[in-house]
Design a protein around this ligand. Structure first.
Ligand code: HSE
Length: 437
């Protein structure tokens, strides 16, 4: 049996996990792949650094390009992340006649068209199961198991770090900063967690899913994107009181022949499976015209779940399945792409929280503006505030006013916001989050 010779670029958290399984379970891998999977070259930044995986002698190098061009390598696994030099290394490996496996969603989101086209022209493939939702096999599901469907909706929790932070804050009353540190220590936040918590990571994954499901090439600039980094515990608690969980929700769904897309902290009704996703777990809720609603859930981050996704690609490359699936994915714009709906036209419910001065006419001013913009209110909460003594207390205290709207257009909310921002009784920042029932 001819082995499949593997070159690994990057031996960080995920790379070590991949190497560990290849080294510790050769029989399982050979059985599943139909031939041995042999780790022959590994590029690291520092060859002297102690590792917790014991590699065969002499396979380490500090030159990633040497792995990409090595004639003794059949397939290159790129796990260094970021755009450069990852892009150059992937292109070099493709030109050198190697298939490529990557977990790099930032690279594929920004440069996917160039890379996928180059792979196709070179007669090679790029497999990227690990780039979206860690251990959840959503790329395989879209490319194979649900290939007979037209997907009509994707709603997904795609960033484990953000989900973990939201759960820690609400369940344990932890501060945002402590929860971020814990996520880093547990190995699922990126080294720079900014892209996790500002929504970029989830938006990049949504772009890849959208391309696979709808053939539409989008970048995160094409739709509303917001992270959890500005969220306040107060809103998680109010949402809870109202029967909702706040999740960083990525959405791409067909509405009258166009795609409604956004990645935003969203109130999700607690009875829904998406609202119950805990810790660093991810969930992708897919609706297909034949299959109906389906839910895929699992660990979206971390060493072994992500390694699991890389290994499935490796087995597919060894068998030849990755190459045939890659040729049939909607990556080259051959199917007419579904256009993206302008953000102002998005039609949904909203949660609003205003820190307001507790004095006459404040609620009337706010609801008056909302009413003038044809925004109908579903509920209003203002908890009773302590009575103040006009004689002795100085200043007017602030109280939270929470409003749930009926469905309205994003454009109406934006127009109303301009006027709400001018009210002296409303303090900044006030909060506006979409609701998914
Ligand atoms: N940092 C990502 C997350 C995992 O927290 O989901 C890798 O995409």
């Amino acid at each position: 049996m001819q082995p499949l010779r593997v070159g690994l670029i990057g031996l960080g958290t995920v790379g070590s996990g991949v190497a560990k399984v290849l080294i510790e379970h050769p029989e399982r891998m050979t059985h599943r792949a139909g031939r041995p999977l042999e780790l022959v070259r590994v590029a690291v930044r520092d060859v002297q650094k102690p590792r917790n995986v014991s590699l065969p002698g002499n396979i380490l190098t500090d030159d990633p390009r040497a792995v990409a061009v090595d004639p003794s390598v059949d397939v290159v696994i790129e796990l260094i992340g970021g755009q450069s030099p990852a892009k150059e290394l992937v292109l070099t490996a493709l030109e050198a006649g190697k298939d490529v496996i990557t977990a790099n969603k930032a690279l594929l989101c920004a440069e996917g068209t160039v890379l996928f086209t180059r792979a196709r022209n070179a007669g090679r493939c790029i497999a990227f199961e690990a780039a979206i939702a860690g251990g959840i096999p959503v790329v395989h599901v879209l490319g194979q198991a649900l290939a007979g469907n037209q997907v009509t909706a994707i709603e997904a929790i795609l960033n484990g770090t953000s989900n973990f932070i939201l759960c820690e804050m609400l369940d344990r009353g932890e501060s945002y900063e402590d929860a971020v540190r814990k996520a880093q220590a547990l190995g699922f936040a990126e080294a720079d967690p900014a892209m996790d918590v500002d929504g970029t990571d989830a938006a990049q994954k949504l772009c890849l899913l959208t391309q696979l499901a709808f053939g539409t090439r989008v970048t995160p600039e094409c739709f509303p994107q917001q992270g959890i980094d500005t969220l306040d515990l107060t809103d998680l608690q109010y949402a809870n009181e109202l029967g909702y969980a706040v999740k960083l929700l990525a959405t791409a769904k067909l509405v009258n022949g166009r795609l409604e897309m956004h990645t935003q902290p969203t109130l999700i009704r607690r009875a829904r499976p998406l609202a119950q996703v805990d810790g660093a777990y991810n969930m992708v809720a897919l609706t297909g015209d034949a299959v109906g609603p389906t839910w895929l859930s699992g660990q979206g981050a971390g060493q072994m779940p992500t390694a699991s996704a890389v290994l499935s690609d490796l087995i597919d490359v060894a068998i030849g399945r990755a190459q045939s699936t890659f040729a049939r994915l909607d990556l080259w714009g051959e199917r007419s792409p579904v256009p993206v709906q302008p953000a102002e036209e998005i039609y949904r419910r909203y949660y609003l929280r205003f820190p307001v001065e507790d004095r006459p006419h404040v609620i009337a001013d706010i609801t008056g503006i909302l009413g003038n913009h044809a925004i109908s209110l579903a509920s209003v909460i203002q908890h009773e505030a302590p009575e103040i003594d006009d004689e002795t207390d100085s200043g007017t205290p602030l109280v939270p006013l929470v409003i749930m709207t009926h469905r309205t257009r994003e454009g109406q909310i934006r127009d109303a916001s301009v006027e709400l921002n001018q009210l002296a009784s409303v303090k900044q920042p006030w909060v506006c989050m979409p609701v998914s029932d």
